[in-house]
Design a protein around this ligand. Sequence first.
Ligand code: PMV
Length: 337
Amino acid sequence: DGGAGTGAVAVAHPNIALIKYWGKRDEHLVLPRTDSLSMTLDIFPTTTRVRLAPEAGRDVVVLGGRPAEGEALRRIVTFLDLVRHSARVPHRAVVESHNTVPTGAGLASSASGFAALAVAAARAYGLSLTATGLSRLARRGSGSASRSVFGGFAVWHAGRPGQDTKAADLGSYAEPVPVADLDPALVVAVVDAGPKAVSSRAAMRRTVDTSPLYEPWAASSRDDLTQMRAALLRGDLQVVGEIAERNALGMHATMLAARPAVRYLAPATLTVLDAVAQLRRDGVGAWATMDAGPNVKVLCRRLEADRVAAAVREAAAGGAVHIAGPGPGARLLPEGG
Ligand code: PMV
């Protein structure tokens, strides 16, 4: 429509990292210390509407029907400030967002949330950005959101350290990763849908600052990425799964060694991990990954996902279990959609 629109609606899906993002080198620009790689899901979308409110003196943010406040509001206003600055449009906005996933439970709600907000806000403020530009913008809201701009598998480049601000910002974005036919599924076991006690932001900072295991994990994560990209290209789900599981367990080891320790893994998490190990002994390809929460995501073949889900459901003791496949990238919905 040319120029600044007055409103836009976008939808985005969460992504689950198989090579984790854990640790920033620049807090303000949200630049990571290592590259990461994820699969965007086809479940749990976030839908976000942004309308400019030229008359208003402040932004209004409504999340799931309730006015946002505190830290959640502050993060979104800071993000809108960045969009306003880039677009040179001063107007405040009304933001309405609906998540279909529990928020703040390590289920990537911030990834789908900031990817949808980036796409809707860019359009509403008349910023015309490429997918790469949208990925850089989403990164500023939440690092993992840079990957949810893309569907399927995506790699988020850390970019090169030691550059000036502009070059550093330009160098860190996600892009799609070429993969062979894998027919993958992620079985999501929600063992606890409550919000986490420590934010991923605070936990990352503490890990980088105090954990003696952080640097060794970051170094091995670089090798994990190289090997995983090769395994994705040749369609070797077993190697992809093995690398994903060791990369995630290593990330949690860095946190357990932080001072004081950050522990997201709960007893139910370990029960599910035992079930995954038993599946492998029974000849089913299944590999687990966990984020900043106790919930477990199990990578497997789509054809075996029902069997994996049944085993995990039994172990998850009452927790909900969902089966996800590779999902689409963030996109605008038709006006009013
Ligand atoms: O984007 P953030 O700040 O919510 O961090 C996400 C970190 C992990 O989910 C634990 C790993 C990842 O790469 O998604």
